[in-house]
Design a protein around this ligand. Structure first.
Ligand SMILES: NC(=O)c1ccc[n+]([C@@H]2O[C@H](COP(=O)([O-])OP(=O)(O)OC[C@H]3O[C@@H](n4cnc5c(N)ncnc54)[C@H](O)[C@@H]3O)[C@@H](O)[C@H]2O)c1
Ligand SMILES: O=C(O)[C@H](O)CO
Length: 386
């Protein structure tokens, strides 16, 4: 068994034992736990991805709750270990929880938390950055400069695409997809086409109102369309950004066939989860279509890239940093800690997991509720009246 050796302990005499599998940004999350009589143990082992055995060792014989990471495999083995140790709560420090077997958690009566909302704008901003960087070939141009190759302005040097007036396509227009769509529509005056299982009413209203505003000011109005199929988005959009959850319905949503449907000079951005894209098919497509560009924050076999991807000039790759702003990461840590704390203290579940601001206000104590528990219904947990 690979036993984690290095642990930092806060408030050693606290009544409840809460384990965090990683150090997390900020101090508020630690203080909030300590103030409520928790002993906080943080694994500081220099190993990026902890194994199931590592985490079993961390849980030990007695543990009330765990704050974990999206790189960890939270299935039957860990939930049974946590339950044996008396644990009631687990929270991912992430909104996506495809690394968690929620059915296994239900079986052991463990509440599973996530951290929606606090990362919406930060993640959308990275998707927008990748879109612009790909359209204007910023990374290629930067490498060219650093290599000392620039010897004067040229009419053809790093010519890219103008976004204004083009169509942005969003697949998965939930919190992040809608925020990204608004940025691209408002910032670059792009038209919108989106595909989601549900209607994005607020997004549609926003684009309608912005289009009317532009028209009233003598500018070309922007438009929106809800596509009836994903293929419609792939055929029509110039820039396509992926923002669905990862589940059985979205695994390899983008594959050889769907790539072939896209425009030859399209831009594809992925800030959702790696397996939404068949990365082998993507590498082949990038090779055959040099004008097709991608911006990727996530990869099918993280931390690895499929062979050939890193050689492609038409690919921008960054290491899963879409939510990496200071405010957001500190907020994610706070929400994850409050999910675990809330369950330990027997608090009810916050009624609207999208409205997390009251938990993030540094100047006031957080509400006595768990901000976001994804299996609240299955466990029959009471909902807060606040
Ligand atoms: N790269 C990062 O660092 C990063 C950061 C935050 C979130 N994410 C990922 O982004 C995902 C979305 O986050 P969110 O907060 O916007 O979630 P959300 O639940 O608000 O949005 C997801 C949307 O996907 C839609 N959807 C589900 N299945 C679909 C399908 N088959 N086709 C089309 N749409 C479908 C849903 O209806 C929903 O509107 C997370 O689950 C996570 O995996 C990644
Ligand atoms: O799902 C998430 O929250 C991200 O992947 C990390 O912020």
């Amino acid at each position: 068994m690979a036993k984690p050796v290095s642990i930092e302990v806060w408030n050693p005499n606290g009544k409840y034992r809460v384990v965090s599998t990683k150090p997390m940004p900020g101090a508020r999350w630690i203080n909030l736990l300590i103030e409520q009589d928790c002993r906080v143990e943080i694994c500081t082992q220099k190993k990026t991805i902890l194994s199931v055995d590592d985490i079993i060792a961390l849980i030990g014989d007695h543990c009330d709750g765990v704050i974990g990471q999206l790189t960890e495999d939270w299935g039957e083995t860990l939930f049974s270990a946590l339950s044996r140790a008396g644990g009631k709560a687990f929270s991912n420090m992430a909104v996506g929880y495809n690394n968690v077997d929620v059915n296994a958690a239900n079986k052991y009566g463990v509440a599973v938390g996530n951290t929606p909302g606090v990362l919406t704008e930060t993640t959308a901003e990275l998707a927008a950055s990748l879109s612009v960087a790909a359209a204007r070939r910023i990374v290629e141009a930067d490498e060219f400069m650093r290599a000392g190759l620039y010897d004067g302005w040229l009419p053809h040097l790093f010519v890219g695409n103008l976004l204004k007036g083009q169509t942005v396509g969003v697949i998965g227009a939930g919190r992040i997809g809608s925020a990204y769509a608004r940025m691209m529509v408002e910032g670059f005056k792009m038209n919108l086409i989106y595909y989601d299982l549900y209607q994005a009413t607020r997004l549609e209203k926003f684009v309608t109102a912005y289009g009317a505003f532009l028209k009233a000011n003598g500018e070309q109005p922007v438009t929106w369309k809800r596509a009836s199929s994903m293929d419609e988005v792939l055929r029509e959009a110039d820039v396509i950004s992926l923002h669905p959850v990862l589940d059985k319905t979205t695994y390899h949503l983008i594959n050889k066939e769907s790539l072939a449907t896209m425009k030859k000079e399209a831009i594809l951005v992925n800030c959702s989860r790696g397996p939404v894209v068949d990365e082998v098919a993507l590498v082949a497509h990038l090779k055959e279509n040099p004008m097709f560009r991608v911006g990727l924050d996530v990869f099918e076999d993280e931390p690895f890239m499929k062979p050939g991807l890193s050689d492609m000039k038409n690919a921008i790759v960054v290491p899963h940093i879409a939510s990496a702003s200071k405010w957001t990461r500190e907020g994610m840590a706070t929400l994850a800690a409050l999910n675990v704390l809330g369950k330990i203290k027997g608090y009810p579940i916050w009624s609207d997991p999208n409205r997390v601001e009251p938990f993030l206000n540094e100047n006031a104590p957080p509400p006595a509720a768990c901000p976001s528990i994804v299996n609240a219904k299955a466990l029959g947990l009471p909902v807060s009246k606040l």
